[in-house]
Design a protein around this ligand. Structure first.
Ligand SMILES: Nc1ncnc2c1ncn2[C@@H]1O[C@H](COP(=O)(O)OP(=O)(O)OP(=O)(O)O)[C@@H](O)[C@H]1O
Ligand SMILES: [Mg+2]
Length: 315
């Protein structure tokens, strides 16, 4: 089954083609980071308009990478929430219209479920087409299976979950304040601008590097310790890391060491698939389509800017 994945929940437009027999055939992401930079945060209306501009070119690029035609697509998965309403509506309306034209199902997907299952994408993919670099050679990921504990560390979430299957997520704990990714973003801004001005002095390169390092040490130490604690609490031996902060090399280093001491194996998505992308949406949608789920019919669609993860149907 060939599934097209479409992600447009915030400031990245992601499109991907995932084949349930052949794995990830192609994916492309456009990030709007530079566009929003001048405003100090994501401007929802600009984000929506940019998604509109990017979707068709990204789809063409992914079809070319994959050597597939639109007519080969068997189903379309799109992020229906959580996220910015306008941005979500762009992806949802594009997906629903294309699905209607092709006569295939369009399935709404939960963005965080996409992140959560993204390490399984590498594990599941038997082969990759010639112009896609194979998953980073994490041989261990080939053996990943349910149940596991997931550490979801993204721009909006820091959560530990017990995952017993697709849709079966039990929240074990979460941050009470900013998510880890947001803290990284705010700290980066402080180090380069506000802090310097507040104190009326310029930090040396060395001082900035030391501060950044110590911040990273503080965050990664807590994340690693609590993740290992959660796996032990659940009496499991597998930990899966997902979300943008999962790309952090120091976090991976610490988790690998701390987990190894406890006989726990840690699984990561490919670095390129840690932040928002269409591949995780295509993969997640494929699992649900294979299980017989279908979205609204006849071009209908809706989005859910707020959508609790624990309300999803279990596959
Ligand atoms: N190497 C890294 N080290 C630490 N943080 C990182 C790294 N790379 C990316 N991030 C963080 O990842 C975050 C983006 O991740 P992601 O795209 O998964 O989050 P999001 O989609 O904004 O949030 P959510 O999925 O919770 O709605 C940013 O906050 C960024 O700071
Ligand atoms: Mg995300």
């Amino acid at each position: 089954m060939l599934v097209l994945g479409i992600e447009s929940s915030c400031d990245e437009t992601g499109v991907a083609l995932y084949d349930t027999d052949r794995g990830l055939l192609g994916h492309a992401v456009h990030t709007q980071v530079a566009m929003h930079e001048a405003y100090g945060g994501v401007v929802p209306e600009l984000a929506s308009r940019d998604h509109i501009r990017r979707l068709v070119p990204l789809l063409r690029s992914v079809l070319a990478q994959s050597g597939a035609r639109k007519e080969d697509i068997d189903g379309i998965a799109y992020t229906a929430g959580p996220g910015l309403a306008g941005a979500l509506l762009v992806g949802a309306s594009f997906a629903a219209s294309l699905a209607l034209a092709l006569g295939v199902p369009a399935l709404p997907v939960h963005h965080l479920e996409g992140h959560l299952l993204s390490p399984l994408l590498a594990a599941d993919a038997p082969t990759f087409s010639s112009d896609i670099t194979p998953a980073s050679g994490h041989e261990s990921s080939l053996k990943l299976r349910f149940p596991f504990v997931a550490l979801l560390v993204s721009g909006g979430h820091t959560q530990l979950m017990r995952v017993t299957g697709v849709g079966a997520y039990e929240l074990l704990g979460e941050s009470v304040d900013d998510a880890a990714g947001e803290a990284f973003d705010k700290t980066a801004k402080l180090l380069t601008a506000v802090l310097t001005q507040l104190h009326g002095r310029t930090l040396s390169q060395r001082q900035r590097a030391d501060l950044a390092w110590e911040f990273q040490e503080a965050v990664t130490e807590v994340l690693a310790a609590k993740s290992v604690m959660a796996v032990r609490h659940c009496k499991l031996d597998r930990l899966v890391v997902a979300g943008g902060v999962g790309a952090n090399r120091r976090l991976r280093q610490r988790l690998d060491v701390d987990a190894a001491h406890q006989g726990i194996r840690v699984y990561y998505p490919e670095v390129a698939l840690c932040t928002d992308n269409g591949a995780m949406i295509a993969y997640c949608g494929a699992q649900r389509l294979l299980a017989g789920e279908r979205g609204p019919r006849d071009g209908a669609f809706s989005v859910r800017p707020r959508w609790p993860l624990d309300t999803l149907p279990v596959v």
